[in-house]
Structures are given as structure tokens and as C-alpha cells.
Ligand binder design. Structure first.
Ligand code: SF4
Ligand code: SF4
Length: 481
């Protein structure tokens, strides 16, 4: 990796000083100015495995919005309609407790995973890393070449060739960002409404169009300019890792016991000669630094900026193979693994996390399996008062909301259960379409004999095909005696 401030040719007066890594992050100089990272191309077994895995993830990401289960998408976060779909299961605001619990299980799962295996998620599955390193970076290499050629191109005057390359790169970047932005939008509103926005005249969907452009610009900004700073400045997960990791966590680590004292390998020097001269296996080639997309030197130890992308592992393995040493000078290992040769072990902290996770998962599973098919809420119509009818009875107006979580249309009937009176649904029968929310008004008329002074609690049964689905409680406002 090499750096230049603000993507401009580096100034020889401001060389990068790797020894001061504790004072400032690698992507900023002492004055806080951006140091542009030029990671070299990497090759090796981990990069190959990550490439295959990223193809799978990209396939899921781009095909996901079009895959349906029971007519529902894999993932939909429709904040506008307050409808959320995860793996084809629809969740409504009424399922907020389940949703909150599922989020808690997910977060604790990540905590456990991080405590045990470090930031494996960041390196292998985070959409930011996958898109940046496996898509945008590869396109950049394809158009502008490896790190040295990119630096040379940025230093070169603005010739027709340079302008053409930059236009091509940023054109492709923006086109891809547009696609990624639309994928995100389809996860919010669904692909059909998105398709409609694309097909209809622009004037019909100004808000949708605005979001389309905003998301495209956002992703273009992230992948073309902001890059690794999204991981170091924005993502809270990187910050959390410092409190989640301990000496037993498996992380991308440099084996300092094996590597130190580092020093260049002299021509003809064999392994024994090096050991006799007090040197370890690290030949100080800096290949691990040159491939790092966040610009750090892993030999300084675990750092917040490390996204566990494994590039340094591959680079060092290549060097070790070349000099005839065993691979794995930089490898997945814990501090205790390096210091004492210990393998991953179950610590009391990890056990505690696992117990909490298992308990929450059981509660979540119970709530999911016992989730009602229909969820009804009845609330008095805002601002309405009671009315006295010609026959002497009193009436209250209510708003009923019924969520049908099943995949079939559901006729719904309401019955008064604790008082005598009548109940009328305005606008005819209540028939709730599958996976939809229906809102309607209900007029309840009660005999004066059934009323208490002021407020009378009433209970309504929600029925479908004569089967009781739910009981709803509300209040009836009447005159005070
Ligand atoms: S790539 Fe390996 S040998 Fe080269 S500097 Fe890094 S740790 Fe040392
Ligand atoms: S230190 Fe290694 S694993 Fe961490 S970000 Fe840099 S290259 Fe990737």
C-alpha cells in the first residue's frame, strides 16, 4: 500500500511514518489530511475463497429482491407502509416485540461471534467490503492497473488518455452505484413499485426518483471516494470490537514470536544463518502493508482499522513460500494461541453470552410459533363524542385496524361480548386481503341500562368463519349520572 494526500501525488516532504500508528489513523497524516490508500493487488488462497464467497453473496444481494416465498420477498423494510418482510415472513408494527427480540438475538449473536472469531463478518460478508474489494476495486485495477500504475496515472498531466480512463472508471462506478442504490430501494418499497417508477414518466414519482438519485450518489460517494473511511469512521462495529475482543479471540494476527526480530534476508542466507544472526521469519518486505486496504501494518498488533480482509495473510504466505518458510506468519490466531499455543477455548464470558443467546432464541421461537394470524386493534375515533340516538340508545364511533398475517383473504366479524347492544361496520363487511392491513370505522350502540356512569369497559370478539381469533378491550363513553 502506498498513500498520497487527497488523491494527489505524494509529497516527499510528508513521508508516511508507520511507527507513529498509535497517534493517528493510517489514512490521515499528522495534520489530519486524508492519505489516499493504493492497496496492491493480492492473490492467494484466502482471496480466492473470499472471491467465490462474494459471488454467492452478490448473487443473493442482486437476485434477493426478485425471489419470493409465499408471494413475499426475501427482505422488505417498507417503513412507509410499516410492513417488514424477513425470509418471506411478514411482520407488522404489532409484531414489534418479536422484531425487537429478533434484533437483540442478532446483536448478541454478533457479539458472541466477534468475541470468538473477531471481525470475520467484516472481511467475508459485510456488503461494504464485498462491494469495495470484490467489485469496485477490481474494476479500478482493470481500468487503471495496479497500485503503482494508479499512482503514476494520478501524478501524470491531464492527457486525453488519462481523461478517458477517469471518465470510464467513474462512469462505471456511477452506473454500478445506481444499480446498488436501486437494490436498496427495492428492499424498502419492493421491486414492483420500483419497476413502476422506472417505467412511468418522471413527474409521476418525484419522491421515488429523488431517493433513486440520492442512493446512487451516496453509494458512488462511498465507493469512489470515502472507501475505507466508512469502516474506520462510520461503522460502529469496528469501535465495538475493542471491547468485544480478548486474548482468546481469533483474529488476523502476526506471529511476533516467530517473526521477530524482523530484517531483510541477505542473498544466499539460509534459515539457520538467520536464526544465528538473531532474526525471525519476517523478512521486512512490507508486502503485508502494501496490500492492506485500510493502510495499517498488522505487525503492530490488532487495530481498530483492521477489517480482517485476509489480504496480508495471503501476501505474507506468498513471501514465506518464496523464501522457503512455512506459511502462516500472519494467520487467524488468538494472542494466547501465539503466546502459549492455546486453541480457541470456551471462556466464562463466552459461555455467559451463549446462555443469554440461547434463552432469547427460545423466547423468540416461542413467540414466532404462537404468533396470532390476525391482529386487531380497536380505538375510539379521535375527537369523537358519544351520541344519543332517537331510540334512547347511545353510540360511540371506533376505528378498527385488522392485520391479516395469513396468505389467504379473511372475512372478519366483530361481536360485543360483555354488554347488550349493536355493532355496525361502516361500509359493509370486513374482508381483509392476505398479508394486508385493513382500517375501517365501527359504530357501537348500547342500551342506557348497560352503561356505567362516564366510561363503560366493553369487550369485542374478533371472529372469522365463526371461529374466535382474538378478544379486544376498549371503552365506551357515555353520559355521567
Ligand atoms: S509480508 Fe510477512 S515477511 Fe513481509 S513484512 Fe509482512 S510479515 Fe514480514
Ligand atoms: S491488516 Fe490485514 S486483514 Fe487487516 S485490513 Fe489490513 S490487510 Fe486486511
Amino acid at each position: 500500500m502506498s498513500t498520497t494526500p487527497k488523491d494527489k501525488p505524494e509529497s516527499p516532504a510528508q513521508p508516511v511514518n508507520w511507527a507513529d500508528f498509535r497517534d493517528h489513523i493510517a489514512t490521515a497524516d499528522q495534520e489530519g489530511r486524508r492519505q489516499w490508500i493504493y492497496p496492491r493487488k493480492v492473490s492467494g488462497r484466502f482471496y480466492r475463497w473470499r472471491t467465490w464467497f462474494s459471488w454467492l453473496l452478490l448473487l443473493i444481494m442482486f437476485a434477493g429482491p426478485f425471489i419470493t416465498i409465499n408471494g413475499n420477498p426475501l427482505l422488505l423494510m417498507n417503513i412507509v407502509e410499516r410492513k417488514f418482510v424477513v425470509l418471506g415472513q411478514v411482520f407488522w408494527p404489532q409484531d414489534m416485540i418479536i422484531f425487537a427480540l429478533a434484533t437483540l438475538v442478532f446483536v448478541i449473536g454478533i457479539v458472541i461471534f466477534t468475541a470468538a472469531f473477531g471481525r470475520v463478518w467484516c472481511g467475508w460478508a459485510c456488503p461494504q467490503t464485498v462491494m469495495m474489494e470484490m467489485v469496485f476495486r477490481k474494476i479500478e485495477y482493470l481500468i487503471e492497473g495496479d497500485a503503482d500504475r494508479q499512482k503514476a496515472l494520478n501524478r501524470a498531466p491531464w492527457t486525453a488518455g488519462k481523461i478517458a480512463k477517469k471518465l470510464l472508471k467513474h462512469g462505471v462506478f456511477f452506473g454500478l452505484s445506481f444499480v446498488v442504490g436501486n437494490v436498496l430501494l427495492s428492499c424498502i418499497i419492493g421491486w414492483r413499485p420500483l419497476y413502476q417508477i422506472i417505467l412511468d414518466p418522471p413527474g409521476q414519482h418525484l419522491t421515488g426518483l429523488m431517493f433513486m438519485i440520492a442512493f446512487s450518489l451516496l453509494f458512488y460517494g462511498i465507493f469512489a471516494r470515502f472507501r475505507e473511511q466508512a469502516c474506520t469512521f462510520i461503522c460502529p462495529y469496528g469501535r465495538f470490537q475493542s471491547v468485544l475482543l480478548d486474548e482468546n479471540s481469533i483474529v488476523v494476527a502476526y506471529d511476533h514470536k516467530r517473526g521477530e526480530k524482523r530484517g531483510p534476508r541477505q542473498r544466499g542466507q539460509n534459515y539457520g544463518d538467520r536464526r544465528d544472526a538473531g532474526f525471525g521469519d519476517c523478512v521486512a518486505c512490507n508486502q503485508c502493508v502494501s496490500v492492506c486496504p485500510t493502510g495499517i501494518d498488522i505487525r503492530n498488533g490488532t487495530q481498530m482499522e483492521c477489517v480482517h480482509c485476509t489480504a496480508c495473510m495471503d501476501a505474507c504466505d506468498t513471501v514465506m513460500t518464496k523464501v522457503g518458510n512455512e506459511r502462516g506468519l500472519i494467520r487467524y490466531a488468538s494472542l494466547n494461541g501465539i503466546e502459549r499455543g492455546e486453541r480457541l477455548k470456551m471462556t466464562p464470558r463466552l459461555l455467559g453470552y451463549l446462555v443469554v443467546l440461547a434463552a432469547l432464541a427460545v423466547v423468540l421461537a416461542f413467540m414466532l410459533f404462537t404468533r396470532a394470524d390476525v391482529e386487531a386493534t380497536v380505538l375510539r375515533a379521535p375527537g369523537s363524542l358519544f351520541q344519543k340516538m332517537d331510540d334512547g340508545r347511545f353510540s360511540n364511533l371506533y376505528t378498527i385496524r385488522v392485520v391479516n398475517k395469513t396468505s389467504r383473504e379473511l372475512p372478519v366479524e366483530l361481536r360485543l361480548e360483555n354488554v347488550s347492544g349493536s355493532l355496525r361496520v361502516m361500509g359493509g363487511a370486513l374482508v381483509v386481503p392476505a398479508q394486508k392491513l385493513l382500517e375501517n370505522s365501527v359504530l357501537v350502540e348500547l342500551d342506557p341500562a348497560s352503561l356505567k356512569s362516564g366510561t363503560t369497559p366493553i369487550v369485542m370478539g374478533v371472529y372469522s368463519h365463526d371461529q374466535k381469533l382474538q378478544t379486544v378491550k376498549t371503552a365506551f363513553i357515555g353520559p355521567r349520572n
